[in-house]
Write a protein that binds this ligand. Structure first.
Ligand SMILES: *Cc1c(COP(=O)(O)O)cnc(C)c1O
Length: 345
């Protein structure tokens, strides 16, 4: 039985064409600045986002943590959303690497409004920490791949300008926002001082993320990357996969979005699951469990019939569509789940 792996868009394997690009990549020692493929990738991505410069790093976690560190001083306060990746999946990075105090703000769909940010900026006194950083995440993973409203981001930018705050974007899945809204990557990221994007999610590269920002900021990040142990040698061999991914796999994300809706609609016909369709905006589906069993038990049953997803809490399961699952795979997964849970129909 074929496994249908819907755990994450990180599970994709490099295609033949991508492997060919890796095999034939020109390489050099990137710590000496000698790797032409890395340079090509960094220039290509910087131009695509209309930013001054970009930097190739091993992971999205490192990209975010380097950005926070290069943007801050110890003891500054960071405002971010309660469910954000930077706090929920990066161990305790902001405090360990950068000595940041974190204020987690609760939202409905992942967007921290300009008003909320304004209300959470501390007034400067002898006693208070300094609120100096804001991080947003687009699409928002734990809220179900939701898209942040661009008009509100512009309002947040205004508040940041008024109070001298630095604005960071965790844009691991910004590609999905671009494809779903039609807004350019440049427009989506223009309000931000620093941006991290993943090549290894929906775009299908095996490894790699990029940091984007001003030339001066990227030079600071290059030094931080060395400190984090993320400077690599003949790394063109993986940068080639990233370059292939950004040149070939952006527009096809629309297919992942169609498949996610197909899957979500199907899940809603199985009485074990309930998906809020207004949240299925991109390639992530969060299904609520409507029966007594908890998510681990449901997932164990699904696994026996070759359908893989992940727990997102005791009563929530996350499904993600990606490059290595087709519409037919999604229909097949639904058929198997219908059979599995038929005793409840
Ligand atoms: C995956 C992801 C990252 C980076 O994760 P890595 O596994 O370290 O590459 C950052 N932010 C979000 C929202 C993500 O989904």
């Amino acid at each position: 039985m074929k496994t249908i792996d819907l755990r994450s868009d990180t599970v994709t394997r490099p295609s033949e064409a991508m492997r060919r690009a890796m095999m034939t990549a020109e390489v050099g020692d990137d710590v000496f600045g000698d790797d032409p493929t890395v340079k090509q990738l960094e220039n290509y991505v910087a131009e695509l986002f209309e930013k001054e410069a970009s930097l190739f790093v091993p992971s999205g976690t490192m990209a975010n943590q380097i950005c926070l560190k290069a943007n801050s001083e110890r003891g500054w306060e960071l405002l971010c959303e309660r469910e954000c990746h930077v706090v929920n999946y990066e161990v305790a990075g902001p405090v360990i690497h950068s000595g940041l105090l974190v204020n987690l703000l609760t939202t409905e769909r992942g967007m921290i409004s300009a008003v909320t940010i304004r209300n959470n900026i501390r007034i400067k006194t002898l006693h208070s920490p300094e609120t100096r950083l804001v991080a947003l995440e687009n699409t928002h993973n734990r809220h179900g791949g939701t898209i942040l409203p661009q008009a509100e981001i512009l309002e947040v930018r205004k508040v940041c300008d008024e109070f001298g705050l630095i604005l960071h974007l965790d844009g691991a899945r910004i590609w999905n926002v671009h494809v779903a809204t039609g807004l350019s990557l440049a427009e989506l990221t223009r309000p931000f001082d620093s941006v991290s994007v993943c090549l290894s999610k929906g775009l299908g590269a095996p490894v790699g993320s990029m940091i984007l920002g001003s030339a001066a900021f990227i030079e600071k990040c290059r030094r931080e990357r060395k400190l984090f142990g993320g400077a690599m040698r003949q790394v063109g061999i993986i940068a080639a996969a990233g370059l292939y991914a950004v040149q070939n796999n952006i527009d096809r994300l629309a297919e992942d979005h169609r498949n996610a809706r197909l899957l979500a609609e199907g899940l809603n016909t199985i009485p074990v699951f309930k998906v809020a369709m207004d949240r299925v905006e991109t390639n992530i589906i969060i299904a609520h469990i409507t029966v007594e069993d908890d998510s681990e038990k449901i997932l164990a049953k699904m696994k026996e019939s070759g359908v893989w997803a992940v727990s997102f809490g005791p009563k929530k399961i996350r499904f993600v569509t990606h490059l290595d699952v087709t519409g037919e795979d999604c229909l097949e997964a639904l058929e198997r789940m219908k059979r599995l849970f038929s005793d409840r129909l």
